[in-house]
Design a protein around this ligand. Structure first.
Ligand SMILES: [Zn+2]
Ligand SMILES: [Zn+2]
Length: 260
């Protein structure tokens, strides 16, 4: 339990430090310039994120217990006769594949899109958008994780390691930090880069129905959902008819999925 607590603390610390650094860099070298009231925008997104924490914290504790119990019945990947580090790598790859599939489902199933669209309607994509999800999406995502992670045979320490690696990637590709296009090209060989994820937040459906990856860009290449285009400087971000200031208030965002 001791190393797990350390992993957990380290994971939270990394998330906060990466988030803060990216927030500072967004102010210094922004990709989309001319953004006003960044603080107000962050306050809205982080308030929505805070609600999710009330679901995620108890769910994480329950997950630790469930995975501990279930491994005596079904070992999944842990039953393979390969070294422990290979098992860990396989678990991480399978969890990232599930993240890809789940994200894609959120776009392809209309009922799920109602909730996921709250993440997409943000017209000022930045590091705080990485945490802005409707709580119903979080509930569904957590519920499905139990059977999926049991089936994979993931241990809670694998999941902590995954979240420690994946979270900074998610924060980075949502951020409004400007990086050289050559660096973006290099990065997207491995991870979904800022350019890839900005296209994922385009108002155009064929563009936002692409680049679903969380930690690895490989799945998008494999399943044919990988898109890049050279110049996105003037690309509109958000969702048509969903991104006005009135629609971007906390209350409006929370009730929006129920009003379709
Ligand atoms: Zn999406
Ligand atoms: Zn996103």
């Amino acid at each position: 339990m001791h190393t797990m607590d350390n992993l957990q603390t380290f994971s939270y610390t990394t998330t906060i430090i990466c988030g803060l650094l990216l927030w500072i860099f967004e102010g210094v070298v922004p990709f989309f310039s001319g953004r006003k009231s960044r603080e107000k925008h962050a306050a809205v997104n982080l308030s929505i994120a805070l609600i999710n924490l009330l679901i995620l914290l108890p769910s994480g504790l329950l997950m630790a217990l469930v995975l501990q119990e279930s491994k005596t019945v079904w070992a999944g990947v842990k039953a393979l006769a390969v070294p422990a580090y290979v098992q860990t790598i396989l678990v991480i790859l399978l969890v990232d594949l599930w993240m890809y599939m789940w994200h894609r489902l959120n776009h392809e199933v209309d009922f799920l899109w109602r909730f996921h669209s709250v993440h997409h309607s943000d017209p000022s994509l930045d590091v705080t958008t990485a945490w802005r999800f409707h709580y119903v999406e979080i509930i569904f995502s957590e519920l499905l994780r139990f059977p999926v992670f049991i089936l994979i045979g993931a241990g809670i320490e694998d999941l902590l390691l995954y979240s420690m690696l994946m979270t900074p990637v998610i924060e980075f590709h949502h951020s409004n930090v400007s990086i050289p296009s050559s660096a973006d090209r290099l990065l997207r060989a491995v991870i979904p880069s800022p350019l890839m994820h900005r296209i994922h937040h385009s108002v155009i459906r064929s563009e936002h129905d692409s680049n679903y990856g969380s930690m690895l860009s490989f799945w998008d290449r494999l399943f044919g959902s990988f898109i890049v285009k050279p110049d996105i400087r003037h690309m509109a971000i958000g969702l048509r008819g969903e991104s006005s200031p009135v629609q971007q208030r906390i209350g409006a965002l929370l009730v929006r999925p129920f009003h379709h």
